[in-house]
Structure formats: structure tokens, C-alpha cells
Design a protein around this ligand. Structure first.
Ligand SMILES: CC(C)(COP(=O)(O)OP(=O)(O)OC[C@H]1O[C@@H](n2cnc3c(N)ncnc32)[C@H](O)[C@@H]1OP(=O)(O)O)[C@@H](O)C(=O)NCCC(=O)NCCS
Length: 178
């Protein structure tokens, strides 16, 4: 299993990975929606505001994660981890945790202060995320599942440092994702 930075030439393969993975876990509508989100995210986000990582075995990409820049009201640097997909045949083998830990180490090396995500707290707790308050760290839309609003400091500091409103990159500026 190799982990490397996502490159634009991998977009078609990665879109298919997200579509297939979420079709298996959530159904075909969600699969298509997340595949389209990934293409939108990669196509509309400045290179400086987006970084992705892929897990591959030879020619096949079996997992992918993206981090996109958040704009905070404080001067802290934060990225949103989303979306995350591990091919169904490769789930429950540690690939998701390895990929996320690799990405967090990269962000730490770049001086990023915080990582946030919105997902299943039982999984993301395994890679250091803890619940945060929607009232204190304000997402762009009201959350349908506030228990999934999560963050971690990756260069010291406390979540108190990111209290206030935040903005995502354009691709996440859609109430359906929240
Ligand atoms: C969720 C997902 C990213 C996890 O990746 P993975 O490689 O399968 O997970 P890992 O093997 O690294 O970790 C497995 C551990 O996480 C737990 N876990 C995995 N998915 C979970 C979930 N959805 N809810 C709760 N726990 C979960 C497992 O129980 C296991 O715990 P254990 O080690 O105590 O037995 C992957 O299953 C996936 O892509 N699922 C479909 C798409 C999806 O849900 N994406 C995330 C959206 S928030």
C-alpha cells in the first residue's frame, strides 16, 4: 500500500472511487452526488487551498482523502477533511486511519493549526478528532447531525482558538452537504 499526494491526472479514477464507495454505503444518489462534489472541489479550488492523498496498490487507487482550506475569523490556519472514501473491498483494514494520519502529519509539517471534519465520530475519534460545538465554531449551514462536527489541534493550541464563524471553499457552500 503506497500513500502519495493526489494529482490532477488521477481525477477520473478518484471520482469513480467516491461514486462507487458511496453507492455501496449510501445508495446510488449519494454515490453520484459525492462523485460530483469531488470533481467540483478539484476543479474550482485553488491549488494552495486543497491537498489530497491517495492510497494505491500498483495501478489501483483504493482510498482517497481531501483537505480544503477554511477561512476563520481568527488568524489560525485550518483545513476541512472531506470527503473520505475507502473502496468497499479495502475497508476495515486500517487504510482509512493510515491515510488520514499521513495527511494530518503533512498538514502539521506545513504549519497548519487545526483540522476539522464532519462525519461519524466513532470513526474519526480513532484519528484524534473530538466533538466541537456548532454554536462556538460556526459552520456555514445549520448541521443536520451536530454530533458529527469535529476538530483537533495539530500544532498545539486549543479549540478555543477557532471560536467564531468559518467559511469553506466554494464546493462546500451547499446546504445539502451539512
Ligand atoms: C468510514 C471509512 C472511511 C473508514 O475507513 P476504513 O479504512 O474502513 O477504516 P479503518 O480500517 O482505518 O478503521 C477501522 C475502524 O474504524 C471503525 N469504523 C469504520 N467505519 C466506521 C463507521 N462508519 N462508523 C463507526 N466506526 C467505523 C471500525 O469499526 C474499526 O474499528 P476497530 O479498529 O476498533 O475495529 C470507510 O469505511 C469508508 O470509506 N466508508 C464509506 C464512505 C464513508 O462513510 N466515508 C466517510 C464519510 S464521513
Amino acid at each position: 500500500m503506497d500513500i502519495s499526494k493526489f494529482e490532477h491526472g488521477q481525477l477520473e479514477q478518484v471520482e469513480n472511487l467516491y461514486t462507487d464507495t458511496f453507492t455501496v454505503s449510501e445508495g446510488p444518489d449519494e454515490g453520484s452526488a459525492i462523485g460530483a462534489l469531488v470533481t467540483d472541489l478539484v476543479s474550482t479550488t485553488n491549488n494552495a487551498d486543497l491537498v489530497g492523498f491517495v492510497a494505491s496498490t500498483g495501478e489501483e487507487i483504493v482510498g482517497c482523502i481531501f483537505f480544503s482550506r477554511l477561512t476563520l475569523t481568527t488568524n489560525k490556519l485550518a483545513y476541512l477533511l472531506s470527503p473520505v472514501a475507502i473502496n468497499a473491498a479495502w475497508q476495515q483494514k486500517g487504510v482509512g486511519q493510515r491515510l488520514i494520519n499521513y495527511g494530518l502529519q503533512y498538514l502539521q509539517s506545513q504549519g497548519v493549526d487545526f483540522a476539522l471534519t464532519y462525519g461519524d465520530p466513532r470513526f474519526y475519534a480513532k484519528v484524534g478528532f473530538k466533538k466541537i460545538s456548532e454554536q462556538e465554531v460556526k459552520p456555514p449551514f445549520k448541521l443536520s447531525q451536530p454530533e458529527g462536527w469535529l476538530a483537533q489541534p495539530i500544532n498545539g493550541g486549543s479549540v478555543d482558538d477557532i471560536k467564531g464563524a468559518l467559511e469553506t471553499v466554494a464546493a462546500f457552500n451547499n446546504a445539502d452537504y451539512w
